[in-house]
Every structure is written in C-alpha cells, then in structure tokens.
Design a protein around this ligand. Sequence first.
Ligand code: ATP
Ligand code: MG
Length: 421
Amino acid sequence: MSKTLQSIRGMHDVLPEQTPAWQRLEAALAETAVAFGYEEIRMPIVEQTGLFARSIGEVTDIVEKEMYTFDDRNGDSLTLRPEGTAGCVRACLQHGLIHNQQRRLWYIGPMFRHERPQKGRYRQFHQFGVEVFGVKGAELDVELIQMARTLWSRLGIEDVRLEINTLGQPEARARHRQVLVEYLEGHADSLDEEARRRMHENPLRVLDSKNPAIQSILEGAPKLADYLDEESAADFERTCELLDALGIPYRVNPRLVRGLDYYNKLVFEWVTESLGAQGTICAGGRYDGLVEQLGGRATPAAGFAIGIERLLSLAGDEGDGARADVYVIVPEAGRQAAAMRLADRLRDGLAGRRVQCNLDGGSLKAQFKRADRSGAGLAVIVEDTEGAEVSVKPLRGEGEQRTVSADDLIDLLTDRSAGGL
Ligand code: ATP
Ligand code: MG
C-alpha cells in the first residue's frame, strides 16, 4: 500500500473545525486596524531574493539560513516572503504610496521560514502586520503599542507583557559596535561558535544569543544605552512618559535587539509566559532608514507583526464547531425540490444564518441524527411536495414541535421567543 501523502514538514492545514476561530481572529484584527485608521494592502507571496537580503540584512538568521529561495524558470532568484515589511515598502515605493504623505497600512497572510518546527514555530506561519510611513516621533511608536494592547483586550488575552528598548541611531550603534567587538574579542575563547562567527559581522546580534552558557559574558558586555545619541535617548524618554500616562506597563530590556537589521530607535516585543519557549507574540519597532535603503526618499517608519498561530493558542478560542443553524429534513424523495427551494428562502430571509438541507435521503431518524451533528438549533421538516407546510422542531433545550405554513416560517424564526434560534 502506498504511503498517504503528507503536507510539507512545518506547514499545516487549517482544518474545518479550526477555521471559525481563525475567522473570528482575522475579523478582530481587521476591525482593530480599521478603528485606528489603517488601510489594507495585499502583497505577493514571492519577491526577488535581493529585496530581503537588502532589507532584513545579510547576516541575520532569516537571510542566512531560513529563506525558501529558488531559481524560477527564467533563472531569476526568488524567495517566499519570510516577513511582510520588505514587500510592503517595495509596494509603497513602486506605487508612490508614500510620496509626500503619511500612510497607515495593514496586511495579513502566510510567511515562510525554514526553521526547526516545534510548537509555536512553523515553516509556513501567518502574520498580521501594520506599517506606518511618514510619521516620526515616539507618539506613533506608543500608538502602535496601544493598538496591540487594544487587540489583547478585545481577544480577552491577559497574560502578556511589554518589553521595550532603543537601538539608537546608526552612528550611535557604530560607536557601541566598536567597543562591543573589542569586548567580545577579549572573551572569544568562552563564546560559542555562532557568537564567534557573528562577533565581527553583526556583533549586536551576539547579544541576542539564547545560549545559556554564554549569558554571563553577555551580561557584562558594554551596553548600547551608554552610547546612545541624544535624539534617541530623548525619544525613548518620551516613549516611557507616554506609556506611563496611558497606563501601559512595560519593562526596559537592554538586551532586546530584534532579529532584523532594519530597526533603529524604539524596538518592542509583547511576550507571554504561557507558550513556553516561543513566547513572543508581537514584535516591532521603528525603521527610519529602510525606505531610503530600498531606493526611496528618507521616510520615517514604524510597525509591528503578530504571529497568528501563537496568538490563536493564547486566545484559546474553542469555537462551537457548528456548521448549521437550521437543518431542513426531507421525509420523502418527492419533497426534495420543495425542501431546496425552502432552504433558499430561509437563507434569504435569515441573512447570516447557516441553513443546511438534507440531500441524500435516509430515514427520519438518520436525518435527525445528521441535523444534530450539524450543530443546528432547529430542524424544519417539509410536510408536503409543494413545501407549503412545514413543522419546526427545536433540537436543543425545551420546545414543542409545531406545524406552520412556509410563509409564516420566516416570521416565526425571526421572532426569537417562538423560534428558539
Ligand atoms: P523568534 O525570536 O521567535 O524567532 P523573530 O524575531 O524571528 O521571532 P519576527 O520576525 O519579529 O520574529 O516575527 C514577528 C512574530 O511572528 C514573532 O513574534 C512570532 O510571533 C511570529 N513568528 C516568527 N517566526 C515564526 C515561526 N517560524 N512560526 C510561527 N510564528 C513565527
Ligand atoms: Mg526567528
């Protein structure tokens, strides 16, 4: 017997019993973005490889080892997008969306990274992202954080906390980099292989290492905070002030550097203890240099991305698993057409309700069983070949079966007290 075909490792189907929770989450994300004045943008899933190398950075986990890169039939190097910011900036530049104007954009969709699959870490995963162009200052950064907090409260998520840090301007980072490299060189013997390799190419990322064996050395490393430029320091102070004024608690984490190169000034993460090692559900910050780096005019920018799978497991939305609200029962084959016509009238008259019609015969008992499994609260039994008369039977809770004309049925169903819907 041949082996059953499997999906790609780390890439998952969203099964019918899971889609309602996804839909509810997607709706809450979209509503929140719109409430803050954001517009949706949809970018292609595939981009030129160079876009990611130029934006995310050559010496990052993503570009070094996580991208799905391939040559297409013309020999062009293409990559399945590992994140949304680069493509969003590319689209804005291509279509002149941020020319002399502010833009607030949001998107949602699959991202691809070749990582070791585990709970909360997949090779195809989904992100909800927002990007704002043309707005400088800590006020926007704090509004982004406020937006994430609004989401948590809409979704009933409590167990998340905010960590913030500032990466300063590139010149400040360069000054810090110099002393950091000297420090790391002095401790090279005690570092792991990855840290030694990165120490010259991207020393700030060494601080991001999760290897417990080298934590104490990293603790003693020169702090970026001591080398900050005045503007970044003032912005950071303003961020903290505004967060305090809005009653949003936070922790300053000097080790927070983010895995992508394009950030400057404020970076933040929302983390939870409830998801084990994969605890970051939202990450973002300012990236004032990226638009220019990709060929546009210097444009202040900031944004964040949320991992949908992690958010879903945190929101714990079980859903009711129902596929139908009303199930139409067809006691005889001769009443099938009438039943299908009636089902259509119900779908029209009860907008938003799910009406399922029995299609493949079966005894009354079998049909009631299917009705029950569909999750419907109500069975409608077609009593004649014209479908003029029907019986209505509540499937859950109390309530008598009653017979009415099809014309009265809709009125009955929209009257909640009588319809039991
Ligand atoms: P991590 O440190 O967990 O690898 P990251 O810094 O690579 O995260 P970002 O690129 O900032 O993550 O992506 C933003 C969010 O997207 C993360 O906070 C996380 O919720 C989610 N995410 C990132 N990679 C994955 C993945 N492989 N599977 C599922 N969710 C992911
Ligand atoms: Mg990662």
